[in-house]
Design a protein around this ligand. Structure first.
Ligand SMILES: CC(=O)N[C@@H](CCC[C@H](N)C(=O)O)C(=O)O
Length: 371
């Protein structure tokens, strides 16, 4: 595939973002592209809406893994690009369209020119939620390929094209989704004393919640609690009987995640007593930290600089990635790929520069060849 064909693939994928485990069109599109490649060295397997492609090595003694995610986000795109999403309310606002395109570019190069070792490319669904990595690993499907290592990338809007960033150890946080359902007693807006107002209670809860971070977590440790969605009420003169908060918890250590959840449950008990209500908590999908293997990060930094790209050391980030589950099982790493967008990840105006695709393909292919 030449550069123009890859850029077209990215535009096509950008137009059809689908949510986790609904990546049906995406899977079909990817399979069409893969089936148009030289098949002589390829073995293709489907798993739910995901795909595994093995590029058979010439004289293999090892199998190297490379993973891309596939899903979009429930965001209405505002970029105004000519190839804007045609799926209302869904957008590739986390760069998975670029991630998939780079994986296809890598696959195409290796299919034409296999290396000694086997290479398994994993197209993984549902990274944004509910998580595809854990069920892939639980399925034991990967066991037959006996991966020796695996790596992956994530676009970095704040870095210029041609810059790559990585670090040994923790790159991304532990995450837990957070869903809180408040149930009280509704009633007439003029008679608050006869009700248990869940808008007032949930609002107080949102602000008090931040005390867990500021007054319970060691200041030398790190934690984030974000409530991204609040739903309550039906009309301006009725007191809301129920309210729902949706958010996420992030920590750099698994123990801190447990500590925050314990504290949260204490807060819940206190609020249930003081507001005379019921609060149900659900932690949804939980992702394990992305912890990079030192020796591969060092090797990769040499590969990047030998290609003439800039390599900078990354700080740990509070973003989450279920690729962490792969790294719990196998050595490897994830890296940031600069895409120079004025708007960040999960923003409706995210607009990564296409030049990053070539940088990504070259870096991944050269890393695989160096292993
Ligand atoms: C790279 C990135 O942005 N990943 C997502 C992962 C979401 C995990 C889960 N749905 C949650 O919200 O906790 C992120 O938001 O960091």
């Amino acid at each position: 595939m030449n550069t123009d064909q890859l850029l077209q693939v990215r535009k096509d994928l950008h137009q059809i973002p689908e949510l986790g485990f609904q990546e049906f069109k995406t899977q079909e599109y990817l399979l069409n592209v893969i089936k148009n490649m030289d098949q002589s060295n390829l073995e293709i397997e489907q798993w739910k809406t995901g795909i595994f492609v093995l590029v058979k090595g010439k004289n293999p003694s090892r199998t190297i893994g490379y993973r891309t995610d596939m899903d979009g986000l429930p965001i209405q795109e505002q970029t105004g690009l000519p190839y804007t999403s045609i799926h209302p309310s869904n957008m590739h606002a986390c760069g998975h369209d670029l991630h998939m395109t780079i994986a296809l570019g890598v696959l195409d190069r290796l299919a034409h020119n296999p290396i000694e070792e086997n290479v398994l490319i994993v197209f993984q669904p549902a990274e944004e939620g509910p998580g595809g990595a854990e069920p892939i690993l639980a399925s034991k499907l990967l066991d037959k390929w006996q991966l020796d290592m695996i790596f992956a990338l994530h676009i970095a809007p704040e870095l210029p094209v041609g810059t790559i960033s990585c670090r040994s150890g923790i790159l991304f946080a532990n995450t837990s989704e957070l869903y809180l359902d408040f149930t009280g007693k509704g009633g007439h807006a003029a008679y608050p004393h006869l009700t248990k107002d869940m808008i007032v209670t949930a609002s107080a809860f949102v602000t008090q919640l931040q005390q867990i971070i500021s007054r319970r977590v060691d200041p030398l440790d790190s934690g984030v609690i974000t409530i991204g969605k609040m739903t309550a009420g039906s009309v301006q003169n009725i007191i809301a009987e129920t309210a729902r908060l949706e958010g996420t918890i992030r920590t750099l250590k698994p123990e801190t995640m447990n500590q925050i959840k314990n504290q949260l449950e204490q807060f819940i008990k206190g609020f249930e007593i003081s507001a005379d209500c019921k609060i149900d908590v659900d932690y949804g999908a939980n992702y394990y930290q992305v912890e990079n293997t030192d020796r591969y990060v060092k090797q990769f930094s040499n590969v990047v600089t030998s290609l003439g790209y800039s390599y900078i050391d990354a700080n740990p980030a509070m973003t989450g990635e279920d690729f962490g589950y792969f790294l719990k099982e196998y050595p490897g790493f994830m890296f940031w790929l600069g895409v120079d967008s004025a708007y960040g990840l999960h923003h409706s105006m995210l607009n990564p520069k296409e030049g990053a695709i070539e940088v990504g393909v070259n870096s991944v292919v050269e890393m695989i060849r160096s292993l």
